[in-house]
Structure formats: structure tokens, C-alpha cells
Design a protein. Structure first.
Length: 321
């Protein structure tokens, strides 16, 4: 049984209204009210479980009475719950909405990846260095490792959410983090590649011009756009459904970090045509992921909104009959 747990602190004058809203909803279970039990903020402690399909409506009603501003509102996932007779009415009322995502949780997951502490830039630089080693040694395994280490997808999705929600500050901070992060990665990786070249540490094949890994990265084409588009769709859907295994596949599919690493390595080895191709690959991947991410978010919201409206219409028709 999919549900979330809500913990709230309500000011005493608002508690009766909040409890009335919750108790009237058949999708709200295990409602507990403890008067004057909460501190910081002071008030009444309220806890309940909500079927995920109804969570968006319940949270909207709670925020409409300003519970989140006057008190506090905490949402927690429920890892395991045993369903009983109490859930049957809620499941029937939800219908196809029983699998609807909780958008507050989705946005919280995206926002958590849209924070840019020093470790964000450190991971980005380390991923670029790993990618550069993979390029000069023609090691696809290291390229995959660099893709997984890179944290840039969190910033990309954060920009997409900012566009979707029209939060300019989120868009600006995400684009700034990407710009500064990739510039820092390219500079540090360039210096590392100069060191590799100076000491002759590159593979013999790479030195002779046999560069299958680099050529794959710096040759943008239709398939680059197709893969970035599909990865963008899967990435947003996996965040919506909290499917980490699918999200890992997105990290491996997108060639942003390898492209940045190849810009640096090709610059150190004065392969300017490869620099141009990798730069195009990097920009194309980032732009496609942002555009597709924004469109996928909007499409998912629209689809679930339509399902909810159809459910409400069918319920009204059933009540009239």
C-alpha cells in the first residue's frame, strides 16, 4: 500500500479545522491528535497517513488554510504498510489516481540536487579528471565511471524545474553552477592533460591518433540528440517515481562530463577540431536535457491533472445516479 506520513504542528485555533479536513477524507488513515503536545513551534501535534494518490489534494487543502506558515508541515515516505479494511474506501475513491506522484516530494528531490556546495564543484572536477584518463587511455569503463561521478544532472533538472515553476532565481543559480562548474572542470583537466602530455603518459594508440573514445565523444550527430532526449525523459520520470536504478542509467547515458573532459584533453594536445566537436556535444546535451526535462515535467502534471478531473467527473455522475 503506497502512502505518505504527515506530521504537523497546528496552532490551537486552527486545529479543529485541520482535523475536520483530514477526518472527512477517506484516504486519510491513522489520524492522531495530541493537544498542546508540540514545542518549537508550540501547538497541537497532528499525525496521519495519506494514500499517495490523494496526497496532492490533502496537502493543497492544508496549505490553503496556511498550516505550513502558521505551524509546520512535514512529509515522510512510508516504506511498508499493511492494508486493511480502512484503506478499501480510499482506494475505491482514488481509482486510477492511486499511483499519482506526490509533487511536493518530487520537487523536494529535485531541489535537493539543486544545491551547489563546494563538493558539487569538487565532484565535477574529479569526474572530469577521471574522464580525461579514460580518453587518453581509450578506456570506456573510465568514461562510464566519470559519468556516474558527475553531479551536473541535479543542476540541469533544477533549471528545468525553475523554468516549469517560473522561479528565475532557481534557473539563474542552476545555470551559474553549470557554467562555473564546467569552466573549472575544463581548466583543471586541461592542466592535468598538459602534465600527461609533458611526461608522455598517454597511451601509444592515442599518441598515434587512434582515439575511438575521443572520436565518439567529439562527434555530435542525430544520435547524440536522440540519446539526450530519451535520457531527459527517463530522468524526470525516474525522479517522479523515485526509481534510482533508472536515474543511474541517465547518468551513464549523458555525455556532458566526457565532452568537457575531451575539450580539455584535445586543447592540451592541440586537436582543435575535436575541441569544437566536444564543445558542441556539451552544449547540445545540456540544452536538450533542460528543454526535454521542462517539457516532461509539464506533460506529467497535465496528464495526472486530466486523470484527476476525469475521476472527479465520474464520481459526480455516480453520485447523481
Amino acid at each position: 500500500m503506497d502512502m505518505i506520513h504527515i506530521r504537523a504542528v497546528s496552532p490551537p485555533d486552527l486545529t479543529d479545522e485541520v482535523v475536520g479536513l483530514l477526518s472527512a477524507d477517506p484516504c486519510v488513515l491513522n489520524l492522531i491528535v495530541q493537544r498542546d503536545a508540540a514545542r518549537r513551534p508550540d501547538g497541537d501535534a497532528i499525525a496521519c497517513d495519506v494514500l499517495t494518490g490523494a496526497a496532492n489534494d490533502v496537502l493543497h487543502r492544508l496549505r490553503a488554510v496556511h498550516l505550513d506558515r502558521r505551524g509546520s508541515l512535514v512529509i515522510e515516505p512510508v516504506d511498508m504498510a499493511f492494508s486493511g479494511a480502512a484503506t478499501e474506501g480510499g482506494q475505491r475513491a482514488l481509482g486510477p489516481l492511486s499511483r499519482a506522484p506526490v509533487w511536493e516530494q518530487v520537487e523536494a528531490r529535485i531541489r535537493s540536487g539543486g544545491r551547489y556546495p563546494p563538493s558539487f564543484y569538487l565532484y565535477l572536477v574529479i569526474a572530469g579528471l577521471i574522464g580525461s584518463v579514460g580518453i587518453v587511455t581509450n578506456s570506456q569503463i573510465l568514461i562510464v565511471g566519470a559519468m556516474v561521478v558527475g553531479p551536473e544532472y541535479g543542476a540541469i533538472v533544477s533549471v528545468a524545474l525553475g523554468i516549469d515553476r517560473r522561479h528565475r532565481s532557481m534557473v539563474r543559480s542552476g545555470l551559474a553552477a553549470l557554467g562555473v562548474g564546467f569552466l573549472l572542470t575544463i581548466v583543471v583537466t586541461f592542466l592535468f592533460a598538459l602534465l600527461i602530455r609533458g611526461f608522455g603518459l598517454e597511451s601509444e594508440a592515442y599518441d598515434r591518433g587512434l582515439r575511438p573514445v575521443s572520436n565518439l565523444i567529439n562527434t555530435p550527430n542525430f544520435f547524440s540528440v536522440a540519446v539526450a532526449t530519451l535520457a531527459g525523459i527517463v530522468g524526470i520520470v525516474s525522479l517522479t517515481e523515485a526509481r534510482t536504478s533508472a536515474l543511474l542509467g541517465v547518468f551513464i547515458s549523458v555525455t556532458t562530463i566526457p565532452a568537457a573532459a575531451d575539450i580539455a584533453v584535445s586543447s592540451a594536445f592541440t586537436s582543435w577540431s575535436d575541441v569544437r566537436g566536444s564543445a558542441i556535444q556539451l552544449v547540445v546535451n545540456i540544452l536538450v536535457l533542460i528543454v526535454v526535462g521542462t517539457a516532461t515535467l509539464k506533460a506529467q502534471r497535465a496528464i495526472w491533472q486530466r486523470i484527476r478531473l476525469r475521476r472527479d467527473r465520474d464520481r459526480r455522475l455516480a453520485e447523481k445516479a
